[in-house]
Write a protein that binds this ligand. Sequence first.
Ligand SMILES: *Cc1c(COP(=O)(O)O)cnc(C)c1O
Length: 409
Amino acid sequence: MALINENYLKLKAGYLFPEIGRRVREFEQANPEAKIIRMGIGDVTRPLVPSVVKAFHEGVDEMAASASFKGYGPEQGYAFLREAIAANDFQARGVNISADDIFISDGSKCDTGNIQEIFGAANKIAICDPVYPVYADTTVMSGKTGVCMDNGYFENIIYMPCTEANGLLPELPAERPDLIFLCFPNNPTGTVASREVLKTWVDYAIANQSIILYDAAYEAFITDDTIPHSIFEIEGAEKVAIEFRSFSKTAGFTGTRCAFTVIPDGLMAYDSEGNAHKVKPLWMRRQTTKFNGVSYPVQKAAAAIYTEEGKKEVAEVIAYYLENARIMRESLTALGFKVYGGENAPYVWVKTANGLSSWDFFDLLLHKANVVGTPGSGFGPSGEGYFRFSAFADREKVIDAMSRVKAVI
Ligand SMILES: *Cc1c(COP(=O)(O)O)cnc(C)c1O
């Protein structure tokens, strides 16, 4: 008899985005003439920049000629890409990360989920609430939790509510976690962490022999010079943190697929007898067994982001989205909404009008304004009563959406 992994049965039926899709389709079928503006799923809308496209094409041409054809690439990713990352994203900020600490992958979603495999099932995981759903769901899949309780929380996960009361920043948990997921700039709330905030977490992780799993998928949106782009800008973090980065939001690679994970050589975790082991070789072993790398043309395209031209072009795209965020932030504030994020981040997080639930507000905007956003409660119980607007949209649609919202509230 084939037995399933029963942890999957613990997952709540339906994922947030399929439910949004279902409601939008239902509305569209009933109202085929409605012009819907989608600001729901966090997916980019601008095309790849010219330098990236050129390198991508060149990569394909190389694959087409016997002299330059490439089969399986190096296990951690091509050195030209890892070296460009180490130099530009880390060493240029005074951070001592080398190309050897970098693992190229096809996405941060898979990396943040897969990383759980190299940590035992007895680990206690701390996650923010609201949160990017992948951290909680993969924690459940990997067997580290009990069932989902009536309040929407899973047994055996330490939740860190991020609410108005704490400025949407997680507080140090009372119970000691082994692994701590943090994401800044945050999805869904758009909040950022200052150097002081990150230092508190690094010191806490050092004191508790915990590891911080730091998702920096949105670091490219940071324009404030005082906000760290990497957790490794904090002293001591190289002993207690893993960082996840992705070209998805940075350079429009959501459909092209390229990301990377940084595991410093000195990062240690412990066996049941308390002996310390390096984490990096475990991830290397995991990846070389289960993953065969990102295609050469894609890695070549990603490296083009680090050329002078590429940097300039990518910065323009980021500035475009940030301007969208500014427009949303200012329009919604002027309408009387309590607004978070939208600065140094592509997400604007608002308290719903008139105390509506997140889904009621979703339905109101869908039916009356034909605008689709994301209900905050889909990111966790503390997201109830909040709503996320994404800046990943065309400018005229953002402006149109804001005037439609104004007309219905
Ligand atoms: C979009 C996003 C990612 C990137 O995922 P990819 O698999 O690299 O496309 C990672 N973390 C968060 C929080 C995100 O929103």
